[in-house]
Design a protein around this ligand. Structure first.
Ligand SMILES: [Zn+2]
Length: 142
């Protein structure tokens, strides 16, 4: 069972991580689009993170897509913290090891399930890449 103190510390850490990711996105936005999108970026900054995320998406920066995925994961982790399901594997329901959570604070799967998922993903990718094996045609002339 997670103590309240530990929970607060975790939340603080997650929020901090989120800010870090955001700063990174902002920096990249300025760096790559600063001149062209100056006005848009300023306007988005006034409106808040959501507007900035939309702008970033419009401009098609890949870095932002990757970071956005991470932001969603962090948000999800904070949500779970509120619901009291933080640190419990979403696949098998066992507690995720403290060591793993320390390394990946927004992990939602235990290491075994994560590995299983990665293996499946890889098989899936290979299948997409090479296509399903087609049976040899019957009666084909050699
Ligand atoms: Zn699991």
């Amino acid at each position: 069972m997670m103590t309240k103190k530990k929970k607060e510390a975790l939340r603080k850490m997650l929020v901090e991580k989120k800010r870090e990711v955001w700063n990174d996105i902002k920096e990249k936005l300025f760096e790559q689009l600063g001149k062209e999108y100056r006005k848009e970026i300023d306007a988005a900054l006034d409106e808040g993170d959501k507007a900035l995320a939309d702008l970033a998406e419009e401009t098609g920066l890949t870095i932002v897509n990757i970071r956005k995925d991470m932001l969603e994961k962090i948000d999800h982790a904070i949500e779970k913290l509120d619901q009291g399901t933080y640190g419990i594997c979403e696949d098998c329901g066992i507690e995720i090891s403290e060591q793993r959570l320390k390394a990946v604070p927004f992990a939602v799967y235990c290491i075994e399930c994560k590995q299983k998922r990665e293996e499946l993903e890889q098989i899936e990718q290979e299948r997409e890449q090479f296509g399903a094996p087609t049976p040899p045609e019957v009666g084909e002339e050699i």
